[in-house]
Design a binder for this molecule. Structure first.
Ligand code: C2G
Length: 153
C-alpha cells in the first residue's frame, strides 16, 4: 500500500540539508509531497528569502525524491493537506520537534535530525560577507596571486 509523506519548508538556497531530508523521507515512504512556503507566507513567518517562490518551488519540483509540490500559504493548512492527500507521515527536521504533535491524531508525525553544518541562513551570511568585500582587498589578493604565479613560473 502506497505510503505518502508530506513536509513543509521555505527551501531557500536549496542545499544538501534539504536534499538529505527528502532522501531519508523516501527511505520509508513511496510518495513525497513537499509544500513550499510562498513569499507572502514567509513574510508572515518573518523569514527573508533570497530566491523567489517561483524559483524555489521549481527547484524542489525537480528533485528526484519529490513526487508532488504544493504551495504552503498558511500555518493551518496541514490538516487539510493530510486529509486531501491521504498522508501517512508528516515529516519535519527536529528544529520543529513537538510543534506539530497535535496532528498525530491524523497521521504519524516524524521529526528527523537536521543535517549539521548547513543552513540557508549560513549561506546567506557568507554571501553577504562577499558582498561587503571591498574592491581593494580583492585587488591585493590578486596581486598576491600574481606574485605566487611569478614565483612558480
Ligand atoms: N533542514 C534540515 N537540515 C538542515 C536545514 C534544514 O533537515 N541543515 C530541514 C528543516 O528542519 C525543515 C526543512 O529542512 O524541516 C526546511 O527547512 P526550511 O526551509 O528552513 O523551512 P522552515 O523555514 O523551517 O519552514 O510549516 C513549516 C515551515 O514552513 C517550515
Amino acid at each position: 500500500m502506497k505510503k505518502t509523506a508530506i513536509t513543509y519548508g521555505t527551501f531557500d538556497l536549496f542545499h544538501y540539508g534539504h536534499l538529505r531530508l527528502f532522501q531519508r523521507i523516501k527511505e520509508f515512504s513511496d510518495y513525497l509531497i513537499v509544500a513550499v512556503s510562498t513569499d507572502e507566507f514567509n513574510q508572515l513567518k518573518g523569514k527573508k528569502t533570497i530566491i523567489p517562490f517561483e524559483n524555489r518551488i521549481e527547484i524542489v519540483k525537480n528533485i528526484r525524491y519529490v513526487d508532488k509540490v504544493i504551495a504552503e500559504e498558511s500555518w493551518d493548512q496541514k490538516l487539510n493537506d493530510i486529509k486531501n492527500y491521504n498522508v501517512n507521515f508528516l515529516v519535519m527536521g527536529d528544529d520543529w520537534k513537538g510543534k506539530f504533535d497535535e496532528l498525530n491524531n491524523y497521521c504519524e508525525v516524524i521529526y528527523l535530525p537536521r543535517t549539521d553544518g548547513i543552513s540557508s541562513s549560513l549561506l546567506k551570511n557568507s554571501l553577504s560577507g562577499f558582498r561587503n568585500l571591498d574592491i581593494s582587498s580583492i585587488n591585493s589578493a590578486l596581486e598576491i596571486l600574481q606574485q605566487i604565479r611569478n614565483q612558480l613560473s
